[in-house]
Every structure is written in structure tokens, then in C-alpha cells.
Design a binder for this molecule. Structure first.
Ligand code: MN
Length: 433
């Protein structure tokens, strides 16, 4: 299923909300969803980012018609699950109506009171995340991690057939900006057969990932075919899958990550919709020569042609000292979202193929997206070669893993000749002891 571009992707369109024009993340061509509460107080409710502002959907629902009005009403509460469940047509109707109003001066007076300065609003995780699954689609990351944890056997033979994943913990997902408390736990003994030490993780790491939001769900026992999978995806956000490597190394066999990753995951506030991303869809990079083709249930020509996302991700660190000295954050890495070995559609189809029911608001993590190029490492364990080679930051500080006071900042954007650049905002958090 390819989403066509339409009038809402016109690069020349401008908004009477001045700050939207040329905004690096939220021009009128983006219109990502969020949940916020306005500065004057009030219950959390759905909104849409436009430039530096948030448009209150509850406030304007009565001025919309048909599907767009339905969408705005479904988004009027503190969680967007009901809107996501309605699927792409309803979401598209809302986008079309908002784009029309925000580009036509005649609406500026009527909408003024529904606009709030984003920096004065409180933001919330926009959906109730019933289930969270983290995949492992970054093949360069899988190879790098595999060779650190299992030097003789980095990539297991199932990797090129099965989109590998594990069930994560949804209760500890928090919005960007919320501090992350360093976890304590059992850590890998220094020598084989030794007693595991217990204490605060000394190898705390981030993972640069993207989050894929499930929209419309499927019934139990009713798998989602690959050519319908994208109808079940509402949009994407930035995800940081914090990972305690010393806990992970001890506990991960035989059943996979557990406490090393369940203490906290950070998500960006904005759901960038599949419609907003339409111009930036791109072909799934061909598999390296000699790799097997995906099994039939994961194969779809259209998906291979347009199933990847032309999104670029950047990671920065800002240490306590940098903030004290007024220094800019130090860039750790950059890379494309096309580092995924599997498409988003393949993840959805695989997740449901045994009959598992996906629910609106479920979150799928892509796994760490390491590019395979130098400077594209999506985690510190890769940047520092397992903690053996500290990196030096711009101000002379060094790091192997994260220290208390470190802030990790992730951003992402999509740009393409002939279209307005859109961004996904930021996903940031500070480590505390
Ligand atoms: Mn991960």
C-alpha cells in the first residue's frame, strides 16, 4: 500500500501561523499528533503541532465536519488510542481539514484561542501503550553487539529469516524530558563461575531507535497480511531504549533482555503520521548478496519498493559540565532509518502471523539503528567497542558509558528535494544516580 502525496504535501504551502513557515520540524506539511495540557491548566487532550504552537483538537472539533470532526472528538481525551483505532482514512480527513484551515487566513481569527505556545504546555505520552515490543532490525548493530557478546557466533542463523524481537515493558515508557534513574541489578561476574556483583549499573547505555505506533488493531487469530500491514501503522516517534549492558550480559541468555531494559524507555511526544511521511518513503535497501529472500508471508513487491523511511537520526550528549560551561551538546552519531533489515510492514505482519492481536497504541521499537558507516553507531557500547576505547567529547571529557548528569538528546528529520522538510522533534533525558 503506497500513500500518495496530495495537496497537504505542497512545498509552497504556508500557514498564517508564522512560526510554522520554514520550521525545521513542524511546518504545516507535518501536523504531528500529541497530548498536551494548555498553560492555563485543564485536562490533557489531543493536539497538533504547528510551528512553535499546539492546536487544541477538542477546542476546534465543533468547527470541523464529518470524519475530521469525528477524529478531533476522538482526540479530545487524554489518550489518542481511539483515534488511532479508526485507521488511516479518519486520520487523513483530520489532516486535510487542519491543513486547509491553517493555510487559509480566513480561519486565523476563529482558531486563535485554540492555539497555545508549545513551550508553555505540558506534554504527555500520547497513547496508553498496552504492549511494547522491541525488535532488532539494525543488522549492523546486531553484528556489532553479537561480536561483543558472542565473538565466535555474532549473527545467529535465524536473523535473516525472523524479525527478531522481545516483549518489552510498557509501564516504564516515559515522555522525553523525564529523568532516568540509573538501575541497580545483578551484573556479569568478572570471571566465569564467579558470584555476580549487585549494584548500580556501571555500563549504562542508550539505544537510538525509532518507535512505530500501531493504529487499527486486528482480531485474535487474524494475522495481518503484508499488503495490508501499513493500514495498521499510525505513525512514528523517536525511541531511546536505555540499556544496562552489565546487567544485560549476565541475564540475557536464554530468554533475552529483561531487567537490563525494563527500567525506563523514553519516547518523543509527537506522533508523525504515515501521511506526513508519504513523500519520504523509499525502497528497502537490497539485502547483501547471498542473504536469503524473506519467506512468502513477509514478501511484497510494493513494500520492498516503498516500505522504508527516508528519515535521518542524530544523537547528541550534553554532560553536566557542558551545561554548566554553556557548551553546545556533542554529536555522537548520525544515521539513516533505512538501516532496518526489515520494513515496518514486515514487523507488523510477523508480529501478528501466529494470531497475536495488535492493539491501537501498541509500540514497536525498530531496534538500534546503526548505519554501518563510521559515525553511525547507535549506542555507546558500539562507539567505545564494548567500553574498551573511551571516546573524547568536544570539551575534552571522555566517556565509555553514561555518567550521572549526562543528557542524551536524539532528533530526527526527513527531507527530500521538492518537499518541505519535516522533523520528529526531540527525545531527551538526563541520567540521575
Ligand atoms: Mn533496543
Amino acid at each position: 500500500m503506497t500513500i500518495e502525496t496530495d495537496f497537504t504535501h505542497d512545498a509552497n504551502a504556508t500557514s498564517w501561523v508564522e512560526s510554522a513557515n520554514g520550521h525545521p520540524h513542524f511546518p504545516v506539511q507535518n501536523l504531528p499528533l500529541c497530548v498536551f495540557s494548555p498553560p492555563k491548566g485543564g485536562e490533557p487532550r489531543g493536539g497538533v503541532a504547528i510551528g512553535d504552537m499546539i492546536l487544541d483538537l477538542a477546542d476546534i472539533a465543533d468547527s470541523l465536519e464529518l470524519d475530521a470532526a469525528t477524529a478531533a472528538r476522538l482526540a479530545s481525551g487524554p489518550k489518542l488510542n481511539d483515534l488511532l483505532q479508526r485507521g488511516p482514512e479518519t486520520m487523513r480527513a483530520l489532516r486535510h481539514a487542519l491543513f486547509t484551515m491553517l493555510t487559509d487566513d480566513d480561519h486565523s481569527k476563529a482558531l486563535e484561542s485554540a492555539l497555545h505556545k508549545a513551550e508553555d504546555c505540558d506534554l504527555y505520552v500520547p497513547v496508553t501503550v498496552g504492549d511494547y515490543t522491541d525488535f532488532y532490525t539494525g543488522i549492523h548493530h546486531a553484528e556489532n553487539i553479537g561480536s561483543l557478546f558472542r565473538p565466535d557466533n555474532p549473527l545467529l542463523p535465524n536473523y535473516k529469516y525472523v524479525p527478531i524481537g522481545y516483549h518489552g515493558r510498557s509501564s516504564s515508557i516515559r515522555l522525553s524530558g523525564k529523568d532516568v534513574k540509573r538501575p541497580s541489578g545483578q551484573k556479569k561476574p568478572a570471571e566465569d563461575g564467579g558470584k555476580p556483583p549487585f549494584g548500580p549499573s556501571a555500563r549504562l547505555d542508550y539505544e537510538m531507535e525509532m518507535g512505530i505506533w500501531i493504529g487499527k488493531g486486528n482480531g485474535l487469530g487474524q494475522p495481518i497480511p503484508i499488503d495490508k500491514a501499513e493500514e495498521h501503522i499510525a505513525g512514528i516517534s523517536i525511541l531511546n531504549d536505555w540499556s544496562a549492558r552489565d546487567i544485560q550480559a549476565w541475564e540475557y541468555q536464554p530468554l533475552g533482555p529483561f531487567l537490563a531494559k525494563n527500567f525506563h524507555s523514553t519516547i518523543s511526544p509527537w506522533i508523525v503520521t504515515m501521511d506526513a511521511l508519504a513523500p519520504f518513503r523509499t525502497e528497502q535497501p537490497p539485502r547483501p548478496q547471498g542473504d536469503p529472500a524473506p519467506l512468502d508471508y513477509l514478501s511484497d513487491e510494493e513494500d520492498q519498493k516503498t516500505g522504508a523511511f527516508g528519515v535521518t537520526m542524530d544523537v547528541f550528549i550534553s554532560t553536566a559540565k557542558m551545561r554548566e560551561d554553556g557548551d553546545e551538546p556533542h554529536q555522537l552519531s548520525t544515521g539513516p532509518m533505512t538501516a532496518m533489515y526489515w520494513t515496518a510492514a514486515q514487523l507488523v505482519t510477523h508480529h501478528s502471523v501466529g494470531g497475536c492481536n495488535m492493539m491501537p497504541g501498541d509500540l514497536l521499537g525498530t531496534g538500534t539503528l546503526t548505519s554501518g558507516e563510521e559515525g553511525g553507531e547507535g549506542s555507546l557500547i558500539e562507539l567505545t567497542q564494548g567500553g574498551k576505547k573511551p571516546i573524547t567529547l568536544a570539551n575534552g571529557e571522555t566517556r565509555t558509558f553514561l555518567e550521572d548528569g549526562d543528557e542524551v538528546i536524539m532528533t530526527a528529520y526527513a527531507e527530500k528535494e521538492g518537499f518541505a522538510r519535516i522533523g520528529l522533534g526531540e527525545c531527551r533525558a538526563v541520567i540521575t544516580g
